[in-house]
Write a protein that binds this ligand. Sequence first.
Ligand code: NAD
Length: 350
Amino acid sequence: MAETLVTGGAGFIGGNFVHFWNAHHPGDRVLVLDALTYAGNRSTLAGADNAELIEGDIRDTDLVERLLRDHDIRTIVHFAAESHVDRSISGPDAFIDTNILGTNSLLKAARAVWLAGDGIAHRFHHISTDEVYGSLGPDDPAFSETTPYAPNSPYSASKAASDHLVRAYHHTYGLEVTTSNCSNNYGPYQYPEKLIPLFFLNALSGQALPIYGDGMNVRDWLHVEDHCRGIEACLGQGKPGETYNIGGGAELPNLTVIDTICREVDRAFEEVDGLAERYPDAPAARGEKSEMLKTFVTDRAGHDRRYAIDETKARRELDYLARHRFEDGLRQTLRWYLANEDWWRPLLRS
Ligand code: NAD
């Protein structure tokens, strides 16, 4: 039976996608290829019974070719990447290696296996980001699929290069590709270096909540489950060679997100038994407000001011619409972290 290859499936979005696919396509087998970098975690895949994890690197073209042949892979969903902008500023090389060379390695393997002889029906779906479009002013129209690329960080530049390679393999060799450019994801299993889990866990341990600049940088927040549905729609209805923007319909300044996190932490301490004993250093454990931990720090170098997604095309062609309201999705996410300390606690020590 043909299997689906998910690269980076032990990471945040890839892991959620594996669980989503197992739940919605229980007859399908999923093969996860993941190098288990600091951001990859075996335990993210616990309970995904139809998935098998291969620990390996997407830059190993021979390995990828072997997996495509041995497992009769017809679909690749490519998440594997270095994904944290701050890390790309302090060390861009890993981003060039994995995001550009790694994507090229996968494309080469797919071309060699799928396009040989009479060819095999296939799909290569590439996960990209809205950050490739650069930064918007307050009144600029949202990014559409035809917005020119203008990446500003080593991370977004490496993703932009990978998007171009995916496009080129379609136009040059006829590889059947689709690409989705999504906005900021949030949800379960997100590594606690990203804003929402970092601020939530800091609030639980009474540590500062470091806000870049004036906190007014705007992002469009997308619940990871909505993103998974968007990818499913790209695989089902997306046309080869096309790109689709997937957003969450929740354009918010960071400060609003942080204030919402603070309120939700305070509320959780009122509603969930035993939190004051589990997290005695949290202001909320003493009846104080989490917002007292807010601290403004020097802005990130080259910090993009605003991202916004125009998802008209995904709505029209894929019937995609985000279902999660931000406040509800955030509360659900924070409650997931409270219920799954076994998942995140070891990551704080790594
Ligand atoms: P993540 O950092 O949580 O996970 C990345 C995964 O890729 C990890 O499991 C890691 O071990 C694996 N990996 C890294 N290098 C590898 C290599 N050379 N070979 C094999 N595996 C490797 O990232 P994420 O947040 O889940 O993002 C997934 C994808 O979505 C990325 O392509 C990212 O650019 C894109 N994206 C993410 C967001 C977001 O908000 N998180 C937004 C837009 C786009």
